[in-house]
Design a protein around this ligand. Structure first.
Ligand code: ADP
Ligand code: TRP
Length: 318
């Protein structure tokens, strides 16, 4: 089974991204699934208008994935822009895409509601996403709930293409693991860069942000219910079951303050992430080898796309 996912380089990765998306991907990789992971830099251009910033964010994202567990020999990691055939396929799909289908997309309407300029790129975003997926013959696409509709568009376009030109594309399925919980941010609502409540994976601000997690004002002596408390919910992500049970008992017994709990959370974060950080620092020192990794990934991705594109070009009459 081929699993494909794309991530936009449009900001630093946070704990919600790691526990909500990256970790399940590394688990699938460990199970021996065939993974394709690409950095959606074409998609990011719909919102990022600074070339230097985009280049930098692309590199940072690659470093984060490699540091946290992406094995570039087992899995195929590439930049979207290194597979230009994706743009070609997007055009063929565009010619079959009803305007109404795109007009109904929530993400476009949402962007408009947030004051983004109505560009053709934003409007056509789902067509490019369909091309990313179909060109690699993916079976399964792990995405967040907000991307479910884009997967429906992808299936729709694949079906339209197959109806017009013959059975070429597989219809991919979205993979939205229900087991993944919503990770709370420093203010208790869903951690998201749009809410400015994130704690980044690798950043000098981690300590400050952990110590700044919003809590209620119960005194230290008070017996507290741990469930629903953001510190405890975040601690569960990092700690062993015994450690989690110990924190729950301490909260319930009273005499255990939020400050101490935050320090335990921070220590648990460091235990998991310090080795990742060390690996990241090593990788970051050697720009050439990072570029080599991305180029090697692009070569494998283009090889995977080539037979499909041959069929597509022939079918459309080229
Ligand atoms: P953001 O909300 O910060 O913009 P994205 O939408 O770019 O994050 O999310 C990228 C991936 O990370 C998606 O698969 C999404 O489901 C996952 N993710 C992001 N935030 C969370 C969270 N708070 N809890 C669980 N998963 C999350
Ligand atoms: N739209 C996705 C997001 O914002 C990123 C993306 C682009 C993607 N192309 C993709 C995800 C193809 C999966 C498959 O999260």
């Amino acid at each position: 089974m081929r699993i494909l996912t794309g991530i936009q380089p449009s900001g630093k990765l946070h704990w919600g991204n790691y526990f909500g998306a990256m970790k399940s991907m590394f688990d699938l990789q460990a199970k021996g699934e065939e993974m394709f992971m690409f950095i959606a830099n074409f998609h990011a251009m719909t919102t990022v208008r600074d070339g230097k910033a985009l280049r930098e964010a692309t590199r940072e994202l690659a470093l984060d994935y490699l540091a946290c567990g992406l094995d570039h020999e087992k899995s195929v990691m590439y930049r979207q822009s290194d597979v230009p055939e994706v743009q070609e396929l997007a055009w063929y799909l565009s010619c079959l895409t009803p305007m109404g289908l795109l007009e109904r997309c929530h993400s476009y309407k949402d962007k408009m509601a947030h004051g983004f300029e109505a560009t053709h790129g934003l409007f056509a975003y789902p067509v490019l996403m369909a091309a990313d997926i179909l060109i690699m013959n993916a079976d399964l696409v792990p995405v967040g709930k907000d991307q479910k509709q884009h997967l429906e568009v992808t299936r729709d376009l694949a079906q339209k293409f197959n109806n017009a030109y013959g059975e070429i594309f597989k219809l991919p399925d979205a993979y939205i693991p229900e087991s993944v919980s919503t990770i709370p941010g420093t203010d208790g609502q869903k951690m998201s860069k749009s809410y400015h409540n994130t704690i980044e994976l690798f950043d000098v601000s981690v300590k400050k942000k952990v110590m700044g997690i919003v809590t209620d004002s119960q005194p230290m002596e008070a017996k507290k219910e741990p469930n629903g408390n953001s510190i405890y919910e975040l601690y569960k992500l990092f700690a062993t079951p015994d450690e989690v049970a110990a924190m729950a008992d301490a909260f319930r017994a009273g005499g255990y303050g939020y400050g101490t709990a935050k320090k335990e959370l921070l220590a648990a974060y460091h235990r998991l992430f310090d080795p990742f950080k060390a690996r990241r620092d090593e990788l970051a020192k050697d720009t050439d080898s990072l570029e080599d990794i991305l180029q090697a990934g692009a070569k494998r991705a283009r090889a995977a796309a080539a037979p499909i594109m041959d069929k597509v070009r022939h079918a459309v009459g080229l």
